[in-house]
Write a protein that binds this ligand. Structure first.
Ligand SMILES: Nc1ncnc2c1ncn2[C@@H]1O[C@H](COP(=O)(O)OP(=O)(O)OP(=O)(O)O)[C@@H](O)[C@H]1O
Ligand SMILES: [Mg+2]
Length: 342
């Protein structure tokens, strides 16, 4: 299953992988699998979430994550069996603001006092653009963190950061391109923070990947998302096609089933010869199921062509029976590695 050791990967220069896509298509799952895939050969990876949902903790079956980097898993091992580490971070705007104040104004305890007076509302409700800058600012800090030559620092440095980002409909706004920073934030430290974050986001060190499933609406949203990202000058990465149906039947067999060209009596006698005891009703319902599968596969193939027409590196992941746990995530990570995404 493993690819050759010297196989090229598609994103060698990328330090920040942003994962977006239509809601519910598997952004969080793909972000986690990508983090595991990148955490190979001893590499350190940080997986971040910003929407307050604790999806990472659920997937990895650990306690809710605090605003603190936690080691949560070993990555997918490379050809020599060497894995890396995945850390996770749950970024909320309040904690990010307090940290920001402490860092930039050396307010320390005064910053915490702000919380009591409700000044935190500034970050969460009054100025949504500022809220996003605080979230992406923390991601920026993790990506830019200096290597550990400075011995005083306990902070871990990362080879890559993966961001489980908001859905396609909000991604450009979240990444700060369309948002006019409000009032106070137009000048001063928040503005210069926003500028630095923007510089990273628009650089070749960032890739925004899109997750989709092979249905009309998500594929349309993917293509709209790509156009919007491009217009905003953000680097579009690859497309991850998730929840793909099994590909066991040949195109000819699928066409035959779809066109109802399969004769039930032949099926019944074939099965009887194989000593499978069936009656006509069972064969009918088996054929109906096969037809349904064939029709859906046909629709999927149409959507797959539209995805291919985008001309981007594309990766496919199957639906994992039994749902997503850490074992399933490692399986998906290995599939991403085999396809060259990491
Ligand atoms: N390849 C897969 N195989 C099986 N189940 C999957 C797969 N990918 C995702 N799922 C399941 O589909 C559901 C949605 O996935 P996920 O939460 O990753 O999507 P999302 O895009 O992050 O959703 P949201 O927009 O709500 O954040 C989850 O229950 C997840 O476990
Ligand atoms: Mg999610």
């Amino acid at each position: 299953m493993t690819a050759p050791a010297d196989r090229p990967v598609d994103w060698p220069k990328v330090r920040l992988h942003v994962v977006t896509g239509k809601g519910g298509t598997g952004k969080s799952t793909v972000a986690a699998a990508l983090a595991l895939a990148l955490a190979s050969s001893g590499r350190n990876v940080l997986l971040c979430e910003v929407e307050g949902r604790q999806g990472i903790a659920r997937m990895f079956d650990v306690d809710p994550l605090p605003y603190e980097e936690r080691r949560i898993a070993k990555g997918a091992p490379d050809e020599d069996g060497r894995a890396g580490q995945v850390h996770a971070l749950h970024i909320d705007p309040e904690s990010a603001l307090l940290e920001y104040l402490a860092m930039y104004y050396k307010l320390g305890r005064a910053g915490k006092a702000l919380d009591r007076f409700g000044a935190i509302d500034f970050a969460t409700t009054v100025a949504p653009g500022v809220r996003d800058v605080l979230l992406t600012g923390k991601v920026y800090e993790a990506v830019q963190r200096p290597r550990r030559s400075d011995r005083r620092s306990e902070a871990i440095t990362y080879d890559a950061v993966v961001l489980d980002a908001p859905p396609t409909g909000r991604i450009c706004q979240f990444l700060g391109v369309n948002s006019e920073l409000a009032g106070l934030a137009k000048v001063g430290p928040i503005k210069s923070q926003a500028d630095k974050v923007m510089e990273l986001l628009r650089s070749p060190r960032t890739a925004v990947h899109l997750v989709t499933i092979l249905e009309e609406m998500p594929v349309q949203e993917t293509s709209d998302g790509i156009a919007e990202l491009r217009a905003a000058g953000l680097p579009v990465g690859g497309i991850v096609v998730n929840l793909v149906r099994p590909q066991a039947l040949s195109p000819a067999a699928l066409a035959q089933v779809r066109e109802e060209a399969v004769d039930p009596t032949t099926v019944t006698s074939d099965l009887s010869r194989a000593r499978v005891d069936v009656d006509a009703a069972l064969v009918e319902s088996l054929l109906a199921e096969a037809r349904e599968h064939a029709v859906r596969r046909h629709l999927e193939d149409e959507q797959r062509e539209l995805v291919a027409a985008e001309g981007l590196p594309t990766y496919e992941l199957p639906r994992i029976a039994g749902g997503i746990d850490q074992g399933a995530l490692l399986e998906l990570a290995q599939l991403l590695r085999n396809q060259g995404m990491a």
